[in-house]
Design a protein. Structure first.
Lengths: 773, 493
């Protein structure tokens, strides 16, 4: 048989297997290294620091876990959050992440490796990304072959869609959840393939881990039943499916059944029992009787089940769907009813460019891969198809769910890509179509020409080389092919395949080029878009060196060092976790937005005039109010830009007192300059943001660089609050709430009195000056 | 009383039992000149005694310090003027009813009758000043008060004595005019010229350690002066010095809690004012915008962080390390805290660096011991360290640990510190000090022996762990736990 390039003939199959295995290990090691290294941009550009908002809570919780042990952590009631309500932390979080770090921490310390808990937290996500690459490898290897697995592992290792959630320092649940997701799916597929209760149980164990680690576990809870159901409907019920699903579900258990998310899993479990029973019955009764029986029982079961579900939901036995869940089906739902969910940027629907940004070439390889899954539609391919459909929908609805789409995109893109490579690297030459022998039997050639993708190509090639004639070893060019084909005349007809090295090279070089561009794209996106800790901002000095803008930490550290330990800090909820983590002070609201009213209270205080806000502040024992102001530096993520959400959320609870339209100009513009509406100008937020801001510019016009509007020369005055601290670039401003006037006056008149006195005192000075002149 | 003993024990090298008390007739002070350098946290006092012996073989000269000064004094040294070697000072009890304490100075050579010697007593007082007014606005000046006693007490007759109080700026707001000093002077009892206030000269002061004199003449004088530098107080210093032979590295890490002990900020901090001030370069004198410290030459990997992570606003200029020479160069580290430290504010941070071990260690081939010197502290100019804890961690398995401290510590203890790749843990010595000043930046010398077998312990431990891992992997790969051998061997890897 001819080959496109020479193959060694004297290699034993064992050597080939061992070499392939070694190469796989080396490749996998390199993939892991790349996955970890590309996530370290943040550490190298900045430092080993926890990023953003939620990770600060996780970090703080992990520190408690590491310091006090798991039991204490589980019973942890945090009185400093949601002041004065407090928060039961142990029961309201997903402890999987903290427990993982805690175990790693204790393990390392047991072996006298006193690694700082912060470094463990920072590097957990990169570490787990290597494990995700491995899980994806195993998953894809089940689908196609180990080479596709390696490709998938490489893809998921560096794809920005996953990196966005797992850079070093992004210490969030997703950091470990994607590994758990992929590994659970791998176990499920393996269980299904082998009918193995062991893998089913393993899937359940990792599912448990997932439940403990991420709210997205509901995805698995529904993916596996849906897969089982689809298999059932396709008539693929088998003992293997029964064993795998039952052993998975047995461990999932009935305990969490009372939430709506788990209904599907329970339903499919019931259905499987029925079908299993039915197939048992079928083997015993005649087919006519059986069909009647089946029809009746299916109808009754369906009616009963649906009725029971409705009744139970209505009676409140089953927890109703959460708002976040509704917004999955109706993207406008949150904006209408729950502004707090809509106010989070990662809950917005995905914009088209972000698909390309996060997945680059994978996004167009993805459909190809899914189509390939239809080619030999084994059970696991059905799974991938369902996964692809479901995840695509969700990714379109919410930005953050791009994360669940990414693994399946990598898997199917790897399948597609590896099929391409298999086809074009495979050295087997199809038998040349010769004009001299057009009548030859077509059946023989088609079998040899088709590139079968599912066995290892090297091995096959070696086998082919050994089996084939000696001419194959020299047949490396088209010319030779033709020569050899013509010498072995009468064997071929019109056959499919690739002739010659140039055709192969053209495609392969193209493919390699695409891969290279993919790597460049991933590196660029990772380093530019996803590696900023957001606690620390970077800018460039005039000489090109990096300048760190560290206002957040400056202000938080000031709070930590120079205010009483029990001073209550009010801020918008975005900064709650950071204040708790870095300033170590009680906060009114934080990123665990469980109490909408409390948040609305803060929103009301921020958007009301001072006189109305003051009693609210005093009632909540607020000592300091912290706001973010970007006007000086042009930092757009500041509180004035978030202000409308505060107004909206407050309006949701106090529609009579706070009305969003009042904060716009009559022409409907959102302005902060002298044309700003009265409600805007009198609001606490506006006053705190621009307090003494215009004075900074002296005689020049003060310009808010975020909104590009000129700020009035005479700035707002504050009667009930004192400026306590402003960070270097004015990004963080902290105000102290005044205590009630000791003489019982309201603070406004007390202030006016004080200033009147000052005026009197200054008067004689000016008079004297007049006399001197 | 315990506090007093602590105070005395810290100050003196040997707080031995009272020696032979010298009689008050053995000496006469021709002149006593006390010069007080007024500072913020630290006040340097130099007292020169021009001594004349009245008896033969007079070898023990007694210096008397009032009790409140003893509490303030954190460092004390007596020298013969012009000589380097300090004299031995021992505590010799309190004269009855005087509320003061005697320190005996042993002269190197006894004086003959009529022989003279100039003794210089140098002390550093800490926490001796206090801000007044206690609050100051952001633009206000900072003024401090300092109190001391008018007369330098001495069991001997003094011909003439005077006290000079020197401020760094000529703006002295007020000073006490002493009363009842007509017996000693005919002129004005106090004069101010420029930045110096001089009390005296007071002539023919009799032996003053008795109750009668103190009750009649001794009085407090208070000086109120403008001080143009921040009053820096280090509340806590925890220094960890880790010696690594494998890395040839001496890592020193200081955890510091800093406090601005100047007047508390009146009202609140206004960034606007602060930026205006720094723009016109007329900063308030009591804020700490940055600190400059001198670190050893040739250091590497310096780090400066606080509880919230790295602080990027610092500059380090490293001087190259020069071995086997008297190294006069320093690396200069400019630390800028996250925020300017206003009066009454705190700031805590960690500063650490690696230094080549060879720069501070040597091997004594004769005894087979290593000697490492670790400085007690790195001076932050003008600051006092209230509490200090210095932990020196020796290499794993170090034996025959011995140390020489430059001055006695409050306590010291031996413990075991376990860190990376340790199997046994490393011996460590912890010294505790209080009220350290710029005079205390001397090294502690630690000597120890490390046998070769112990040196090899670390690689052996690592090798053993790796070997056992590989062995386990090898065995695990070859063990087949399958009960049923199924025929279909999966071709998947």
């Amino acid at each position: 048989m001819p080959t496109a390039y020479p193959l060694p003939t004297n290699v034993s199959p064992a050597t080939v297997a061992n070499t392939a295995s070694l190469l796989r290990i080396v490749a996998f090691g390199l993939i892991s290294a790349a996955a970890i290294a590309s996530r370290l941009f943040a550490v190298i550009n900045f430092e080993s620091i926890i990023h953003e908002f939620d990770p600060w809570f996780n970090y703080r919780a992990t520190r408690v876990l590491a310091a006090k042990g798991f039991y204490e952590f589980w019973n942890w009631f945090d009185p400093t959050a949601w002041y004065p309500l407090g928060r039961v932390v142990g029961g309201t979080i997903y402890p999987g992440l903290m427990a993982t770090s805690g175990v790693i921490y204790n393990f390392l310390h047991y072996f006298n490796l006193p690694v700082d808990i912060r470094n463990i937290c920072v590097l957990l996500a990169p570490g787990f990304s290597a494990l995700t690459a491995w899980a994806t490898y195993m998953f894809t290897a089940e689908l196609k072959d180990p080479s596709a697995g390696l490709l998938a592992a490489a893809f998921i290792g560096i794809v920005p869609g996953y990196i966005s959630r797992s850079v070093a320092g992004s210490y969030d649940n997703e950091a470990i959840a994607i590994f758990l997701l992929m590994f659970t799916f791998y176990c499920w597929i393996k269980a299904l393939k082998l009918g193995s209760a062991f893998f089913g149980t393993l899937a359940a164990v990792f599912y448990f881990y997932m439940v403990a680690a991420w709210g997205g576990y509901a995805f698995i809870t529904n993916m596996i039943p849906v897969h089982a159901l689809v298999l059932l409907l396709m008539g693929r019920f088998s003992g293997r499916l029964y064993v795998a699903y039952s052993s998975w579900f047995r461990f999932v258990g009935f305990q969490p059944v009372r939430t709506s998310e788990h209904m599907g899993a329970l339903g499919v479990f019931g259905l499987l029992q029925i079908v299993a029973f039915a197939s048992l019955v079928r083997s015993h009764v005649s087919s006519k009787q059986f069909q009647n029986l089946l029809a009746i029982s299916v109808v009754t079961m369906g009616v009963l089940g649906a009725g029971a579900f409705v009744v139970m939901t209505y009676k409140g036995w089953i927890a109703p769907w959460t708002g976040r869940f509704y917004s999955l089906w109706d993207t406008g739902y949150a904006k209408k009813y729950i502004p707090i969910i809509a106010s989070v940027s990662e809950h917005q629907p995905t914009a088209w460019p972000s698909f390309f940004m996060d997945l680059q070439m994978l996004i167009f390889l993805f459909p190809a891969g899914v189509v390939m899954c239809f080619r030999d539609l084994r059970d696991e391919h059905v799974f991938v198809i369902i996964y692809a459909v479901v995840a695509s929908y969700f990714a379109g609805v919410m930005v953050r769910l791009m994360l669940t789409l990414t693994p399946v995109v990598c898997v199917s893109a790897a399948v597609a890509f590896s099929t391409l490579l298999d086809t074009y690297i495979d050295p087997t030459e199809p038998e040349a179509t010769t004009t001299e022998a057009p009548t030859a039997a077509p059946t023989t050639t088609t079998t040899t020409a088709t590139a079968t993708p599912d066995s290892k190509k090297i091995k096959k090639a070696v086998a082919a080389a050994q089996a084939g004639n000696s001419a194959s070893s020299i047949a490396s060019s088209t010319f030779n092919d033709i020569v050899s084909a013509t010498t072995r005349k009468g064997k071929s007809s019109k056959s499919k395949g690739i002739w010659g090295a140039d055709a192969r090279l053209a495609v392969l070089l193209n493919a390699i080029g695409m891969l290279a561009f993919f790597v460049f794209h991933c590196t660029w996106v990772t380093s530019n878009a996803y590696s900023s800790p957001s606690v620390v901002l970077a800018s460039t000095n005039s000489d090109g060196s990096q300048h760190i803008i560290d206002d957040y930490r400056e202000a938080y550290y000031w709070l930590r060092q120079n205010t009483p330990q029990d001073a209550v800090v009010m801020s918008w909820w975005d900064y709650g976790y950071q204040i708790a983590g870095m300033a170590d002070r009680p906060t009114l609201v934080d990123n665990n937005t469980w109490n909408n009213t409390h948040i609305a209270t803060v929103g009301k205080a921020m958007s009301s005039p001072e006189e109305i806000a003051y009693p609210i502040l005093r009632k909540h024992d607020v000592d300091y109010v912290l706001i973010i102001f970007g006007g000086l530096l042009g930092y757009s993520g500041d509180d004035i830009n978030k202000f409308l959400w505060m107004v909206r959320i407050a309006q949701g609870v106090w529609p009579d007192e706070i009305q969003e339209p009042n904060y716009f100009t009559p022409t409907g513009e959102y302005r902060v300059d002298d044309r700003a509406s009265d409600a805007m100008k009198n609001s606490l937020m506006y006053k705190m943001s621009y307090y003494r801001f215009a004075e900074l510019y002296g005689n020049q016009n003060a310009v808010d660089r975020v909104r590009n509007q000129a700020i009035p020369k005479v700035g707002p005055t504050l009667d009930y609050l004192d400026e306590a601290f402003t960070s270097e670039n004015w990004i963080v401003r902290i105000y102290q709430v005044r205590k009630e006037d000791p003489l019982g006056r309201d603070l406004k008149s007390a202030n006016a009195f004080e200033q009147g006195k000052k005026k009197k005192r200054s008067k004689p000075v000016s008079k004297r000056r007049v006399i001197v002149n | 009383m315990l506090r007093l003993w602590n105070a005395i024990a810290c100050v003196l090298l040997s707080a031995a039992v009272p020696a032979l008390s010298a009689s008050s007739q053995s000496f006469e002070n021709s002149a006593i000149v006390r010069t007080v350098d007024l500072g913020g946290s630290l006040v340097h006092v130099t007292t020169t005694f021009a001594v004349k012996a009245l008896e033969a073989d007079a070898s023990v000269y007694t210096i008397t310090l009032p009790e409140d000064e003893i509490f303030n004094t954190s460092w004390l040294e007596v020298k013969v003027k012009g000589k380097q070697q300090p004299l031995t000072v021992t505590y010799s009890g309190a004269p009855a009813g005087s509320n003061s304490h005697n320190l005996d100075v042993s002269l190197e050579t006894p004086l003959e009758v009529g022989g003279t010697i100039n003794l210089v007593l140098e002390t550093v007082q800490t926490h001796a000043t206090w801000p007044w007014p206690q609050q100051a606005g952001q633009n206000d000046d900072q003024s401090l008060k300092y109190q001391t006693s008018l007369f330098v007490l001495s069991p001997y007759k003094t011909n003439v004595q005077r006290t000079k109080l020197k401020s760094s700026s000529p703006r002295i707001l007020s000073y006490t005019t002493p009363e009842k000093v007509d017996d000693f002077t005919l002129e004005s009892p106090v004069t101010k010229s420029g930045a110096t206030v001089t009390y005296g000269p007071y002539n023919n002061v009799p032996s003053s350690t008795n109750k009668a004199f103190i009750e009649k003449y001794q009085q407090h004088i208070v000086l109120h002066y403008v001080y143009e530098y921040p009053v820096i107080e280090v509340l806590d210093l925890k220094r960890t010095a880790e010696i690594s032979h494998w890395g040839a590295n001496l890592n020193i890490q200081d955890d510091i809690v800093l406090h601005n002990a100047g007047p508390k900020l009146k009202g609140h901090f206004s960034r606007l004012e602060h930026q205006t001030q720094s723009f016109y370069n007329r900063g308030g004198s009591h804020l700490i915008p940055r600190l400059t410290v001198h670190l050893p030459a040739g250091i590497r990997n310096a780090y400066y962080y606080d509880l919230n992570g790295n602080v990027s606003t610092s500059h380090l200029r490293v001087a190259p390390s020069v071995r086997n020479q008297k190294n006069t160069q320093h690396s200069v580290m400019e630390l800028q805290p996250r925020y300017p430290i206003m009066g009454g504010w705190n700031y805590s941070y960690t500063l650490g660096w690696d230094a080549p071990l060879g720069d501070s260690a040597s091997y004594d081939a004769k005894t087979g011991k290593y000697i490492v010197s670790v400085p007690v502290m790195t001076e932050i100019p003008g600051s006092v360290v209230d509490r200090a804890e210095i932990q020196i961690i020796l290499p794993e398995g170090a034996t025959d640990v011995d140390y020489v401290a430059p001055f006695p510590s409050l306590s010291n203890e031996l413990s075991t510190h376990v860190t990376y790749l340790d199997t046994l843990g490393r011996p460590s010595i912890t010294f505790k000090y209080k009220n350290l000043t710029n005079k205390h930046t001397k090294p502690i010398y630690v000597s120890y022996r490390v046998p070769l077998s112990v040196h090899l312990r670390k690689p052996m431990a690592v090798a053993t762990v790796l070997l056992s891992l590989f062995t386990f992997a090898m065995v695990a790969r070859r063990v087949d736990l399958t009960i049923h051998k199924t025929k279909t061997v999966s071709k998947k890897m």
